[in-house]
Design a protein around this ligand. Structure first.
Ligand code: GLC
Ligand code: CA
Length: 555
C-alpha cells in the first residue's frame, strides 16, 4: 500500500462560527481560531479542515459564497487568515479549505450578472430553464433544505436551479468557463500555501442534461438519480486533478452523499487521479418517516456491517475517511454513545477507540474531543439552521405531521446540535464569547469544557490525545489490514489489524451491561496500549465493564 501523509494524519474540523470568538461580537472568527492553535497542537492533530470562511451573506452559514477570494466580514480579514495559516504551519498543522463549488451565493458577482438578461456573458454560469406552459417549475425536484429546487426569476421569465436554498444557485459545470474560473480560484489558494480541499457535495456537480422529474418523495421529486454522480463528474474531477491538484502536495476529500463503494473506488482510487478520499454517509444518513427526520437509533449490528464493508471494500484500492459526526450531524456521543452523565465520558472514549483504530483518516469534529452533547432545544426560536426552519414549515406548518410527532425527530437529527459553541471553560457562555452568542451555548458547559479536561489526565480530551499520539508511534494503526471477529455479537464490536507479524485486537463494548469476552489465544502476552478503564486482565476470559474499550498489541 502506498504511504501518504494524509493517510497518517488526523483531521480536526473547525466550524468557525462556533469555535472561538476573538472580538466579543458573539460570532466565532479567525482570530479566535488562531488563539486556540496551541490547544490543537496539544491535542496533536495534523490538519484542520476549515468550514467556509469566504465572503458570504450567510444564508447557509458560509456554504453560500459571494466571493471565493475574500474573507467573511464577521470572521475577519485576509490578513487574519494569512496570520492563522502561518501560525498553524509554525506548529506543524496544515489547513484544508472547504471548497463549495456546486453552487455559489445568489449574491456572487457571477450570479448578479447571470440573472440580468438572457444574453449576459455570465448567463450560462448557472442552470436556467424555461417555465412549463402553465408557468410552473421546469421539473418537480425538491431542494435539500425543503421547498422546490427551482426559483422563478421574473427579470428574464426563467427559473434557476438550486439544489440547496434559493440563495445557493447551482453552477453550470458543463460550461468550460465555469471550470476555468474554479480551477484558477483553487490555484490561487494553493499558491497561498493552503494544504488541501474538502469538497462540498462534489458528486452533485454534473447533472443529466434532460433534468427529468424525480420520483415523488413527500412533496417533491427526488433529484438524486439525475444529479448525484452524474455523467461527467469523473471527467470534471480528473480535469481538476490535472489542472490543479496534481501540481501541489495537498490532500483532498470529497463530500459525496449517496456514494456507493464502486463509485468511491473511482473517486478515491489509488490510481484514478481524482480525490484522495471521500465521505460516505451510510453511517449517519437516516431515512425515516419524515425523510432525514427520524428518532431511530442504528443498532450495533448495522454500524458494524457498514464499517466492515467499507474497510474490506476499499482495502488496497482506495482510502477511507472515518467520522462519527460533523457540522451537519448530531453529536457523536449523543447519537452513537450514551450521553447520560454516568456514561458520557466512557462511551465517548469507546467511540473514539472504535473509529481511530479502523483503517482510514479519522476526522474529529470540534468539541467531539470533549464529549460535547446534543443541545436540549425547547422551542423553535432557539434554532438557527435554515434546514430546520424550512423543514418545520414543510412538515408541521403544512399540516402533514403533528408537532408532537415531528419534534422528537427534529431534536435527534438537527444540525444545530453540532453548531452550539465550543465549551472552553466554566465562565459565562463557556468562554466562547464575552458578547451574546449567535446561538445558545449548551447549559452543560460548567461540567463539560476544555479547561477542565486539559487539567484532568483522565478526560475525554486526553484520551483523544493519546489515541492521536499512538497513531504516530504505530504504523499498524494506519496501514494494518482489518479483520472482523464475532460478526454477530449484539453488543461487542471486535476486530483485528494486521501488519506483517504485528497485530492489534480492538474490543469495544456498545452496551451499558457488563459482558464477558475470551481473549483469543494468539493475543496471550499482548500489551494493552489504550483503554477507557483500568485494565486488570488481558488474557483468558475477561469481564468488560459498560462501554469498555481496549486495544491489545502483539508483536
Ligand atoms: C454540504 C455542507 C452543508 C451545506 C450543504 C450545501 O452538505 O456540509 O453544511 O449546507 O453542503 O452547501
Ligand atoms: Ca467575532
Amino acid at each position: 500500500m502506498k504511504k501518504a501523509w494524509w493517510k497518517e494524519a488526523v483531521v480536526y474540523q473547525i466550524y468557525p462560527r462556533s469555535f472561538m470568538d476573538g472580538n466579543g461580537d458573539g460570532i466565532g472568527d479567525i482570530k479566535g481560531i488562531t488563539s486556540k492553535l496551541d490547544y490543537l497542537k496539544l491535542l496533536g492533530i495534523d490538519v484542520i479542515w476549515l468550514s467556509p470562511v469566504y465572503k458570504s451573506p450567510n444564508d447557509d452559514n458560509g456554504y453560500d459564497i459571494s466571493n471565493y477570494q475574500d474573507i467573511m466580514d464577521e470572521f475577519g480579514t485576509m490578513e487574519d487568515f494569512d496570520e492563522m495559516l502561518s501560525e498553524a504551519h509554525k506548529r506543524g498543522i496544515r489547513i484544508v479549505m472547504d471548497l463549495v463549488v456546486n453552487h455559489t451565493s445568489d449574491e456572487h458577482a457571477w450570479f448578479v450578472e447571470s440573472r440580468k438578461s438572457r444574453e449576459n456573458p455570465y448567463r450560462d454560469y448557472y442552470i436556467w430553464r424555461e417555465p412549463k406552459a402553465d408557468g410552473s417549475a421546469p421539473n418537480n425536484w425538491g431542494s435539500c433544505f425543503g421547498g422546490p429546487a427551482w426559483e422563478y426569476d421574473k427579470t428574464t421569465d426563467m427559473y434557476y436551479l438550486h439544489l440547496f436554498s434559493k440563495k445557493q444557485p447551482d453552477l453550470n459545470w458543463e460550461n468550460p468557463a465555469v471550470r476555468r474560473e474554479v480551477f484558477d480560484m483553487m490555484t490561487w489558494w494553493c499558491e497561498k500555501g493552503i494544504d488541501g480541499f474538502r469538497m462540498d457535495v462534489i458528486n452533485l456537480i454534473s447533472k443529466t442534461k434532460e433534468l427529468p422529474d424525480g420520483e415523488l418523495n413527500g412533496l417533491y421529486g427526488d433529484f438524486f438519480p439525475y444529479s448525484a454522480n452524474g455523467p461527467r463528474v469523473h471527467e470534471f474531477l480528473q480535469e481538476m486533478n490535472r489542472e490543479v491538484l496534481s501540481k501541489y502536495d495537498i490532500m483532498t476529500v470529497g463530500e459525496t452523499p449517496g456514494v456507493t463503494m464502486e463509485l468511491a473506488k473511482q473517486y478515491a482510487g489509488e490510481d484514478t487521479h481524482e480525490l484522495n478520499m471521500v465521505f460516505h454517509f451510510e453511517l449517519v444518513d437516516s431515512n425515516g418517516k419524515y425523510g432525514k427526520w427520524s428518532d431511530e437509533k442504528k443498532p450495533l449490528s448495522e454500524i458494524r456491517e457498514i464499517l466492515s464493508r467499507w474497510q474490506d471494500g476499499l482495502y488496497d484500492k482506495a482510502w477511507n475517511s472515518l467520522f462519527w459526526d460533523n457540522h451537519d450531524q448530531p453529536r457523536a456521543v449523543s447519537r452513537f454513545g450514551d450521553d447520560r452523565p454516568a456514561y458520557r465520558e466512557i462511551s465517548a472514549k469507546m467511540l473514539a477507540t472504535c473509529l481511530h483504530m479502523l483503517q482510514g483518516t479519522p476526522y474529529v469534529y470540534q468539541g467531539e474531543e470533549l464529549g460535547m452533547t446534543n443541545y436540549p432545544f425547547k422551542s423553535l426560536d432557539e434554532f438557527r439552521d435554515i434546514e430546520v426552519l424550512q423543514s418545520y414549515k414543510d412538515w408541521v406548518e403544512s399540516g402533514l405531521v403533528s408537532h408532537e410527532d415531528f419534534w422528537p425527530c427534529l431534536l435527534e437529527k438537527n444540525r444545530d446540535n453540532a453548531r452550539t459553541p465550543v465549551q472552553w471553560d466554566d465562565t459565562e457562555n463557556g468562554g466562547f464569547t464575552t458578547g451574546t452568542p449567535w446561538i445558545a451555548v449548551n447549559p452543560n458547559y460548567k461540567e463539560i469544557n476544555a479547561k477542565a479536561q486539559v487539567e484532568d489526565p483522565n478526560s475525554v480530551f486526553h484520551y483523544y490525545r493519546k489515541l492521536i499520539a499512538l497513531r504516530k508511534e504505530l504504523p499498524i494503526m494506519v496501514y494494518g489490514k482489518y479483520d472482523l471477529l464475532m460478526p454477530d455479537d449484539p453488543e461487542l464490536y471486535v476486530y483485528t489489524r494486521t501488519l506483517d507479524e504485528e497485530k492489534l485486537l480492538v474490543i469495544c463494548s456498545f452496551t451499558e451491561k457488563e459482558r464477558t469476552f475470551s481473549v483469543p489465544e494468539e493475543f496471550a502476552g499482548a500489551s494493552c496500549i489504550i483503554s477507557n478503564y483500568e485494565v486488570e486482565k488481558t488474557e483468558g476470559e475477561i469481564t468488560l465493564k459498560p462501554y469498555e474499550a481496549l486495544v491489545l498489541h502483539k508483536k
